[in-house]
Design a protein. Sequence first.
Length: 228
Amino acid sequence: MSTNYYHQFLDGSPCGLPAGKVVCVGLNYAAHIQEMASQKSAEPMLFIKPTSALTSLASPLLIPQGLGSVHFETEMAILIGQELNQCSEPDVLPAIGGIGIALDLTLRDLQKQLRDVGHPWEKAKGWDGACPVSAFLKPDKITDLQNVSLSLEKNGDIQQDGNTAQMLTPVIPLIAYMSRFFTLHPGDVVLTGTPEGVGPIVPGDSLVVALNDVLSVAVTDIRYRSSS
Ligand code: ZN
């Protein structure tokens, strides 16, 4: 399956950055650590989704069938605009190329199985289409990265209603930390963790995923992907 995904800006202006890898942080909101019955880690817990996980939040979401529950995790997404390699914190803000909202889709049952035997999570987090992202806002549309509301409504009910003020590691030190391990290239995307309220999606569900009052995406077409 190829997704034909490319980055877009919400205002329709050309983006031109290539779709890259997605560097993610787990357990970055205390209340989500509680609901997952996980432990707070001393340093940010990082993982990567491949480019092939990227898909548009506005197109049909194709989810795997027969691998257990698929959970949504609503996360602020940062589009990297300039290379960051072992950078310091003041280097981060000028390198941010856009801000959007993403779903860190997770095969929750498979993740638990893999965790229980100490195996990596890639199959649970990195499958084709496991990272639907919105079009991006220009960075100047968000005045304070640590005061951004994130919400997800499923079938008319609010499931997630968080704020980036609740992050354990804020965006700027998080991205600087990531760049110590992984060079971030223009077109890479950083996912910043999910607040509490994660839950399952199945075909037929409809979602509204929103960031502040400036970005809102209705997801009305969730399907099982064909198994070919
Ligand atoms: Zn996540």
